[in-house]
Ligand binder design. Structure first.
Ligand SMILES: CC(C)(COP(=O)(O)OP(=O)(O)OC[C@H]1O[C@@H](n2cnc3c(N)ncnc32)[C@H](O)[C@@H]1OP(=O)(O)O)[C@@H](O)C(=O)NCCC(=O)NCCS
Length: 199
Protein backbone atom coordinates (compact mmCIF):
# COMPACT_ATOMS: atom_id res chain seq x y z
CA UNK A 1 0.00 0.00 0.00
CA UNK A 2 1.57 3.28 -1.11
CA UNK A 3 0.73 6.87 -0.16
CA UNK A 4 0.85 9.52 -2.87
CA UNK A 5 2.10 12.96 -1.77
CA UNK A 6 0.19 15.59 -3.73
CA UNK A 7 -3.43 15.22 -4.83
CA UNK A 8 -3.29 17.62 -7.79
CA UNK A 9 -2.83 16.74 -11.46
CA UNK A 10 0.44 14.83 -11.18
CA UNK A 11 -0.75 13.17 -7.97
CA UNK A 12 -3.82 11.83 -9.74
CA UNK A 13 -1.61 10.73 -12.65
CA UNK A 14 0.55 8.89 -10.11
CA UNK A 15 -2.63 7.17 -8.89
CA UNK A 16 -3.36 6.13 -12.50
CA UNK A 17 0.14 4.64 -12.74
CA UNK A 18 -0.34 2.75 -9.46
CA UNK A 19 -3.73 1.39 -10.55
CA UNK A 20 -2.35 0.25 -13.92
CA UNK A 21 0.61 -1.38 -12.18
CA UNK A 22 -1.62 -3.16 -9.65
CA UNK A 23 -0.10 -1.28 -6.70
CA UNK A 24 -2.70 -0.61 -3.98
CA UNK A 25 -2.90 3.02 -2.83
CA UNK A 26 -3.71 3.98 0.78
CA UNK A 27 -4.55 7.59 -0.01
CA UNK A 28 -3.09 11.02 -0.71
CA UNK A 29 -0.97 13.35 1.44
CA UNK A 30 -1.81 16.98 0.78
CA UNK A 31 -2.02 19.88 3.27
CA UNK A 32 -4.55 21.81 1.15
CA UNK A 33 -7.02 18.95 0.72
CA UNK A 34 -6.47 17.09 4.01
CA UNK A 35 -9.65 15.77 5.58
CA UNK A 36 -11.38 15.27 2.26
CA UNK A 37 -11.34 12.60 -0.44
CA UNK A 38 -9.85 12.56 -3.93
CA UNK A 39 -10.84 9.84 -6.39
CA UNK A 40 -12.55 8.05 -3.48
CA UNK A 41 -9.34 7.91 -1.41
CA UNK A 42 -8.69 9.69 1.91
CA UNK A 43 -6.42 12.74 1.99
CA UNK A 44 -4.24 13.28 5.06
CA UNK A 45 -1.65 15.87 5.98
CA UNK A 46 1.89 14.80 4.98
CA UNK A 47 2.91 14.92 8.66
CA UNK A 48 0.34 12.14 9.28
CA UNK A 49 2.16 9.55 7.13
CA UNK A 50 2.17 6.32 9.16
CA UNK A 51 5.78 5.50 10.24
CA UNK A 52 7.50 3.14 7.84
CA UNK A 53 4.88 3.63 5.13
CA UNK A 54 5.89 3.65 1.47
CA UNK A 55 5.26 6.83 -0.46
CA UNK A 56 5.78 8.43 -3.88
CA UNK A 57 5.59 12.16 -4.62
CA UNK A 58 3.12 13.21 -7.31
CA UNK A 59 4.09 16.87 -7.62
CA UNK A 60 5.94 18.44 -10.56
CA UNK A 61 7.65 21.32 -8.73
CA UNK A 62 11.15 20.14 -7.69
CA UNK A 63 11.34 22.48 -4.69
CA UNK A 64 8.05 21.12 -3.33
CA UNK A 65 9.33 17.61 -3.94
CA UNK A 66 12.51 18.34 -1.98
CA UNK A 67 10.58 19.78 0.94
CA UNK A 68 8.10 16.88 1.07
CA UNK A 69 10.77 14.19 0.69
CA UNK A 70 12.63 15.68 3.66
CA UNK A 71 9.47 15.79 5.75
CA UNK A 72 8.27 12.29 4.83
CA UNK A 73 11.70 10.69 5.30
CA UNK A 74 11.97 12.38 8.71
CA UNK A 75 8.55 10.90 9.56
CA UNK A 76 10.00 7.43 8.87
CA UNK A 77 8.48 6.96 5.42
CA UNK A 78 10.33 5.25 2.62
CA UNK A 79 10.15 6.32 -1.02
CA UNK A 80 9.14 3.76 -3.65
CA UNK A 81 9.22 3.91 -7.44
CA UNK A 82 6.12 3.58 -9.61
CA UNK A 83 6.42 2.52 -13.27
CA UNK A 84 3.45 2.25 -15.62
CA UNK A 85 3.22 -1.22 -17.20
CA UNK A 86 3.23 0.40 -20.63
CA UNK A 87 6.47 2.26 -20.00
CA UNK A 88 9.70 0.74 -21.33
CA UNK A 89 12.67 0.60 -18.99
CA UNK A 90 15.67 -0.84 -20.86
CA UNK A 91 18.28 -3.18 -19.35
CA UNK A 92 21.00 -1.79 -17.08
CA UNK A 93 18.90 1.25 -16.28
CA UNK A 94 18.71 2.20 -12.61
CA UNK A 95 15.83 4.04 -10.99
CA UNK A 96 16.52 5.46 -7.56
CA UNK A 97 13.74 5.31 -4.95
CA UNK A 98 10.80 7.67 -5.42
CA UNK A 99 10.79 7.82 -9.22
CA UNK A 100 7.57 8.03 -11.24
CA UNK A 101 7.48 6.80 -14.86
CA UNK A 102 4.23 7.25 -16.76
CA UNK A 103 2.63 5.31 -19.61
CA UNK A 104 4.33 5.42 -23.01
CA UNK A 105 7.62 6.65 -21.59
CA UNK A 106 10.76 4.98 -22.94
CA UNK A 107 13.85 5.06 -20.76
CA UNK A 108 16.70 3.52 -22.75
CA UNK A 109 19.79 1.48 -21.91
CA UNK A 110 22.16 2.25 -19.08
CA UNK A 111 20.32 5.34 -17.82
CA UNK A 112 20.41 6.50 -14.20
CA UNK A 113 17.44 8.32 -12.68
CA UNK A 114 18.09 10.07 -9.37
CA UNK A 115 15.68 9.98 -6.42
CA UNK A 116 12.20 11.43 -6.92
CA UNK A 117 12.71 11.98 -10.64
CA UNK A 118 9.74 11.84 -13.01
CA UNK A 119 9.46 10.82 -16.67
CA UNK A 120 5.98 11.76 -17.89
CA UNK A 121 3.92 10.06 -20.58
CA UNK A 122 5.39 9.57 -24.06
CA UNK A 123 8.72 11.12 -23.09
CA UNK A 124 11.99 9.43 -24.06
CA UNK A 125 15.34 9.34 -22.29
CA UNK A 126 18.27 8.12 -24.40
CA UNK A 127 21.03 5.65 -23.58
CA UNK A 128 23.57 6.56 -20.91
CA UNK A 129 21.65 9.67 -19.81
CA UNK A 130 22.13 10.72 -16.19
CA UNK A 131 19.26 12.36 -14.37
CA UNK A 132 19.94 13.83 -10.94
CA UNK A 133 17.54 14.15 -8.04
CA UNK A 134 14.00 15.51 -8.57
CA UNK A 135 14.41 15.91 -12.32
CA UNK A 136 11.20 16.25 -14.37
CA UNK A 137 10.86 15.24 -18.02
CA UNK A 138 7.44 16.45 -19.16
CA UNK A 139 5.16 14.70 -21.69
CA UNK A 140 6.57 14.03 -25.11
CA UNK A 141 10.02 15.48 -24.42
CA UNK A 142 13.02 13.75 -26.00
CA UNK A 143 16.21 13.65 -23.96
CA UNK A 144 18.98 12.25 -26.17
CA UNK A 145 21.79 9.85 -25.32
CA UNK A 146 24.40 10.73 -22.71
CA UNK A 147 22.60 13.92 -21.63
CA UNK A 148 23.09 15.06 -18.04
CA UNK A 149 20.04 16.63 -16.40
CA UNK A 150 21.30 17.99 -13.10
CA UNK A 151 19.34 18.02 -9.82
CA UNK A 152 15.97 19.83 -9.84
CA UNK A 153 16.04 20.56 -13.58
CA UNK A 154 12.96 20.33 -15.81
CA UNK A 155 12.53 19.57 -19.52
CA UNK A 156 9.21 20.95 -20.81
CA UNK A 157 6.65 19.18 -23.00
CA UNK A 158 7.88 18.30 -26.47
CA UNK A 159 11.34 19.76 -25.91
CA UNK A 160 14.45 18.10 -27.35
CA UNK A 161 17.85 17.98 -25.64
CA UNK A 162 20.63 17.03 -28.06
CA UNK A 163 23.05 14.25 -27.20
CA UNK A 164 25.68 14.83 -24.58
CA UNK A 165 24.41 18.26 -23.44
CA UNK A 166 24.08 19.24 -19.78
CA UNK A 167 21.05 20.99 -18.32
CA UNK A 168 22.25 22.66 -15.14
CA UNK A 169 20.90 22.41 -11.64
CA UNK A 170 17.36 23.86 -11.30
CA UNK A 171 17.36 24.95 -14.96
CA UNK A 172 14.11 24.87 -16.95
CA UNK A 173 13.83 23.97 -20.64
CA UNK A 174 10.63 25.53 -22.03
CA UNK A 175 8.04 23.52 -23.94
CA UNK A 176 9.08 22.65 -27.51
CA UNK A 177 12.60 24.10 -27.11
CA UNK A 178 15.64 22.47 -28.76
CA UNK A 179 18.69 22.47 -26.52
CA UNK A 180 21.85 22.61 -28.67
CA UNK A 181 24.24 24.02 -26.03
CA UNK A 182 24.65 23.33 -22.32
CA UNK A 183 22.09 25.17 -20.18
CA UNK A 184 23.61 27.00 -17.16
CA UNK A 185 22.18 26.31 -13.71
CA UNK A 186 18.94 28.09 -12.68
CA UNK A 187 18.35 29.35 -16.23
CA UNK A 188 15.13 29.10 -18.28
CA UNK A 189 15.61 28.59 -22.00
CA UNK A 190 13.07 28.65 -24.84
CA UNK A 191 12.99 28.29 -28.60
CA UNK A 192 14.99 26.57 -31.32
CA UNK A 193 17.89 26.75 -30.79
CA UNK A 194 17.18 27.30 -27.10
CA UNK A 195 18.23 30.65 -25.66
CA UNK A 196 17.68 32.21 -22.23
CA UNK A 197 14.18 33.68 -21.87
CA UNK A 198 11.39 34.59 -21.80
CA UNK A 199 12.01 37.28 -19.16
C1 LIG B 1 9.18 28.65 -20.46
C2 LIG B 1 8.07 28.81 -19.45
C3 LIG B 1 8.51 28.21 -18.11
C4 LIG B 1 7.82 30.30 -19.26
O1 LIG B 1 6.77 30.50 -18.41
P1 LIG B 1 6.36 31.99 -18.00
O2 LIG B 1 7.54 32.64 -17.37
O3 LIG B 1 5.11 31.89 -17.17
O4 LIG B 1 6.11 32.68 -19.41
P2 LIG B 1 4.81 33.43 -19.95
O5 LIG B 1 3.69 32.46 -20.13
O6 LIG B 1 4.58 34.63 -19.07
O7 LIG B 1 5.28 33.92 -21.39
C5 LIG B 1 6.19 34.99 -21.55
C6 LIG B 1 6.54 35.10 -23.02
O8 LIG B 1 7.33 33.96 -23.41
C7 LIG B 1 6.70 33.23 -24.46
N1 LIG B 1 6.87 31.79 -24.17
C8 LIG B 1 6.50 31.15 -23.05
N2 LIG B 1 6.85 29.86 -23.13
C9 LIG B 1 7.44 29.69 -24.32
C10 LIG B 1 8.01 28.56 -24.95
N3 LIG B 1 8.04 27.36 -24.35
N4 LIG B 1 8.55 28.72 -26.18
C11 LIG B 1 8.53 29.93 -26.79
N5 LIG B 1 8.00 31.06 -26.22
C12 LIG B 1 7.46 30.91 -24.99
C13 LIG B 1 5.23 33.65 -24.42
O9 LIG B 1 4.62 33.51 -25.68
C14 LIG B 1 5.35 35.07 -23.96
O10 LIG B 1 5.71 35.86 -25.08
P3 LIG B 1 5.06 37.33 -25.30
O11 LIG B 1 5.50 38.11 -24.08
O12 LIG B 1 5.69 37.78 -26.56
O13 LIG B 1 3.59 37.12 -25.35
C15 LIG B 1 6.76 28.10 -19.86
O14 LIG B 1 6.05 28.79 -20.84
C16 LIG B 1 6.96 26.68 -20.37
O15 LIG B 1 7.34 26.40 -21.51
N6 LIG B 1 6.65 25.74 -19.47
C17 LIG B 1 6.65 24.34 -19.76
C18 LIG B 1 5.26 23.85 -19.58
C19 LIG B 1 5.12 22.36 -19.73
O16 LIG B 1 5.83 21.70 -20.47
N7 LIG B 1 4.19 21.83 -18.95
C20 LIG B 1 3.90 20.42 -18.95
C21 LIG B 1 2.72 20.21 -18.05
S1 LIG B 1 2.00 18.60 -18.29
Amino acid sequence: MVWIAGAGGVGREALDVALAAGVPVSGFLDDRLAGGEVRGLPVRKPAELPPGAPYVIGIADPAARARLAGLLDAAGGHPVTLVHPRAIIAPETELAPGCLVMGGAHVSSSVRLGPHSQVHYNATVGHDARLGARVTVYPGANVSGAVHLDDDSTVGSGAVVLQGRTVGRAAFVGAAATVTRDVPPATTVIGTPARPGPH
